[in-house]
Structure formats: structure tokens, C-alpha cells
Design a protein around this ligand. Structure first.
Ligand code: SF4
Length: 69
């Protein structure tokens, strides 16, 4: 899971969607852990980020899992 900190607007929305997976640092979101097990809440956070700043990839293949465009 990655957050593009140049794109993140610091809304904090993802902290509520993916509880415990994201934190704010300097007014921008940052993953608590960059590699996590399968977690629908993390996918939801990437899908609902208003800036599309979150990208979730399959750690093994690099395939983008969310957001799906
Ligand atoms: S929802 Fe998106 S824009 Fe808002 S804090 Fe999270 S990553 Fe940043």
C-alpha cells in the first residue's frame, strides 16, 4: 500500500475507512504498515480516497488491486 503524499489532501477519510491501517503525519496520510494481509477495508480506503492518492498492490505480483479504474 502506498500513499502519494504530493496528491493526498489530508482529509483523514482513509483513517476512518481503514481503521488502524493509516495515520496522519505532517498533515498527510501514511500507511502504518506498507505490507498488510488481505483487508477489504484497505481496498475500500483506496477506492474512496477523493484524491486517488492510495494505491494497493499485490505484494507478490505488483498488480494494482485498488483503485480500479
Ligand atoms: S483519504 Fe486520501 S486524501 Fe484523504 S487523507 Fe487519506 S490518502 Fe489523503
Amino acid at each position: 500500500m502506498e500513499v502519494d503524499r504530493l496528491v493526498c489532501a489530508g482529509t483523514g477519510l482513509c483513517l476512518g475507512t481503514a481503521h488502524g491501517r493509516m495515520r496522519l503525519d505532517g498533515g498527510r496520510a501514511r500507511p502504518v504498515d506498507e505490507v498488510v494481509g488481505p483487508d477489504d477495508a484497505v481496498l475500500d480506503a483506496a477506492e474512496t480516497c477523493p484524491m486517488e492518492a492510495i494505491t494497493v498492490r499485490d505484494a507478490a505480483t505488483g498488480e494494482v488491486l485498488a483503485p480500479l479504474r
